[in-house]
Design a protein around this ligand. Structure first.
Ligand SMILES: *Cc1c(COP(=O)(O)O)cnc(C)c1O
Length: 226
């Protein structure tokens, strides 16, 4: 049974990577999965993992190889930034200037520069986190942003609606790409590090890739249902 699962995880990763074919990077979303399962993906060559809870990510980071790149993809409370600041590779869920300030402070304490994505609300649903266009423009127009030199804003992240309407999903991803381009042209034209569009999960990553995703976040398709 165990060997079967190992081969399954490895085969799933291989299949997704073939589909990506260098258009984007694969973030293996390992939330709720035990370290043994993550190790199977690691042994298959996967090095980027995504978690949505701080405590869970910290526990796994301690237990697993240190060359893993940990991406926080879930909502982040200000008072928990300090636990991940020593190691986190990228935070996808920045949704306020205040949070950015705190990430900057904790990054500085650790003598690191932490990569961040601005989470944008693109779904037609109540429950999803993120900023709208007005809020993100306000954040980027804040003159105090310039002094935050221990963070690097690398792009945007969004989650499409949980719907079977593929046209709607595609339109939401297309809107995120458009906003990315607008922000790039307005605020980051000379900053090559502003280049990431984190969009696409198990159910919609193929559409996301077609719409210009650079980071897909896939969980259940690799590790099975949670
Ligand atoms: C859980 C999660 C994913 C992965 O979802 P799957 O449907 O299992 O691929 C991607 N992004 C975020 C923000 C998540 O919380």
């Amino acid at each position: 049974m165990k060997n079967f699962i190992i081969r399954m995880v490895a085969a799933n990763i291989q299949k997704i990577n073939d589909e990506i074919s260098n258009r984007a990077k694969l973030i293996a979303v390992s939330k709720t999965k035990p370290v043994e399962t993550i190790l199977e993906a690691y042994q298959a060559g996967q090095r980027i993992f995504g978690e949505n809870k701080v405590q869970e990510m910290v526990a796994k980071q301690i237990a697993l190889p240190k060359d893993i790149e940990w991406h926080l993809i879930g909502h982040l409370q200000s008072n928990k930034v300090k636990y991940i600041a020593p190691f986190v590779a990228m935070i996808h869920s920045v949704d306020s200037y205040k949070l950015l300030e705190i990430i900057n402070k904790e990054a500085q304490k650790n003598k690191r520069i932490i990569k961040c994505l601005l989470q944008i609300f693109i779904a037609h649903e109540e429950s999803k986190f993120g900023m709208d266009r007005t809020e993100v423009l306000e954040l980027l127009n804040n003159p105090a942003l310039k002094v935050l030199d221990s963070i690097e804003i690398c792009g945007v992240m969004g989650m499409a609606s949980n719907t079977d309407d593929l046209v709607q999903i595609r339109n939401e991803f297309r809107g995120l790409k458009q906003l990315f381009t607008e922000l790039k042209n307005t605020f980051f034209l000379n900053q090559s590090s502003f280049r990431e569009i984190s969009m696409g999960m198990s159910s919609d990553y193929k559409i996301a890739l077609e719409e210009g995703s650079t980071l897909i976040r896939v969980g259940s398709l690799i590790f099975g249902e949670r």
